[in-house]
Ligand binder design. Structure first.
Ligand code: FE2
Length: 420
């Protein structure tokens, strides 16, 4: 009976129209290098006090309101690092989730915004057609310890054409209003549910929504050089050093900024993959997170691969890799010594054309990357990563959280498991 009532309540929530674009304060916790926790607070007033276990501190200003590069940021962003071991965090009047040292329930989403660009316009005002809010509510109901977003938060780049009801009155451009409509408003429940790891997508490169990336989501310090406000700094601000987030005594996540990866021979990436190799040595097991797939397929089975940016292949400690960018779910195991690979760019924006159920002979995302098991789906959804006993179970779920596909990670293979 309780379960039926819960389901009915969730169904009622999901049937509600999107939240308005209006704004109260926005607060959340992100995880940065070495698992450090950082509180961010976006407000139109001044930076509030923050209470760590009841002890007050003043939050610092990260970025001030202002206009730059044609974008308007009418909000102040405040920040404070979370002291290790705290049990409660209240920023202003908002209770925030505390970082969990050994997360065992992780939600992973990607490519969530409402597409408004060129001649492609999603019905942002219809929660069925732009379902990120549904995904966010279902993912919050999973009660995660950690949320990972694999990039591409912002999609509202062009104005909604006159007479198109589905997106009428939507803000657009790279300023706060479009960020709020595309991300903060629909993600509100999930931002309250757990701390997040934000992976940078190509939509967050300096030429596009990079200014919002640095003001709100980047884990590193904000400065004029790392703000995307001045195109003269893009050549460095489009890249970030990879970093590690330990999630258990023997396993770490390695987070990689591939936002500008259209040029695979880019020396930045070769150097950064060398850093990944060094970071990976610290613990026996690693999961790699980047927006662009290192080994995957785009629509039409076109190979999509960052592999050519590496001096060598993945270090042996990396057992699984998670990506977005392609608006599908994909799971790939390899016969030739690569990590189990997952693409999860299907959490809100219009999905891509489905891939064939079976790969034709010779289909490889990169030379020598021979695919073993393969599964893909063009349905909207999100992934969960659960540690059960000593093993990780990865599940692809639909927009309401119902499991669709699952596997157990064993070394670099993910063995498919049946669903009840
Ligand atoms: Fe992308």
């Amino acid at each position: 009976m309780v379960r039926i009532m819960k389901q009915a309540f969730l169904a009622l929530l999901l049937s509600l129209p999107p939240l308005s674009w209006g704004m109260g304060d926005i607060a959340y916790v992100l995880i940065g290098a070495d698992g450090s926790g950082h509180v961010r607070f976006i407000t139109r007033k001044s930076c509030p006090n923050i209470l760590f276990d009841g002890k007050p501190e003043k939050m610092a200003v990260r970025s001030k309101p202002g206009n730059a590069r044609g974008s308007k940021f009418q909000t102040l962003t405040c920040e404070t690092q979370v002291p290790k071991g705290v049990k409660s965090i209240i920023a202003g009047k908002v209770w925030l989730p505390v970082p969990v040292p050994g997360p065992r329930r992780i939600v992973l989403i990607g490519d969530t915004g409402c597409r408004m660009k060129g001649n492609s316009f999603q019905a942002c005002n219809d929660p069925e057609k732009w379902p990120f809010r549904q995904v966010s509510l279902a993912a919050a109901a999973f009660k995660p310890d950690l949320v990972i977003h694999v990039g591409d938060y912002h999609y509202r780049e062009s104005p909604c054409p006159k007479g198109m009801k589905g997106c009428s009155k939507s803000p657009y451009g790279y300023g706060f209003d479009a960020w709020n409509a595309d991300f903060f408003s629909p993600a509100a429940k999930l931002l309250k549910a757990a701390p997040w790891i934000f992976v940078r997508g190509n939509h967050e490169s300096c030429f596009r929504a990079g200014q919002g990336w640095f003001r709100y989501l980047a884990p590193d310090p904000f400065s004029p050089a790392r703000s995307c406000d001045d195109p003269a700094n893009d050549a460095s601000a489009d890249y970030s050093a990879p970093y590690s987030v330990p999630i258990s005594p023997d396993t770490q996540l390695i987070v990689f900024d591939s936002s500008k990866s259209s040029d695979a021979s880019d020396k930045h990436y070769q150097d950064e993959f060398d850093t990944v190799g060094k970071l990976a040595k610290a613990l026996p097991h690693g999961f790699f997170l980047s927006h662009h797939p290192v080994l995957g397929f785009a629509a039409g089975l076109h190979p999509i691969s960052l592999q050519s940016s590496m001096h060598e292949s993945f270090p042996p400690e990396i057992e699984a890799a998670f990506h977005g960018h392609v608006h599908l779910f994909e799971s790939l195991d390899f016969e030739s010594g690569y990590p189990a690979t997952f693409v999860a760019g299907n959490s809100g924006t219009s999905t891509d054309q489905a891939l064939p159920e079976k790969l034709p002979a010779g289909a490889e995302p990169a030379p020598s990357a021979k695919v073993g098991a393969f599964f893909s789906s063009e349905k909207i959804g999100f992934m969960t990563l659960e540690k059960v006993g000593g093993v990780w179970i990865f599940t692809e779920r639909d927009r309401l959280g119902k499991p669709e596909w699952a596997c157990t990670l064993r070394g670099r293979q993910c063995e498919r498991i049946g669903l009840k």
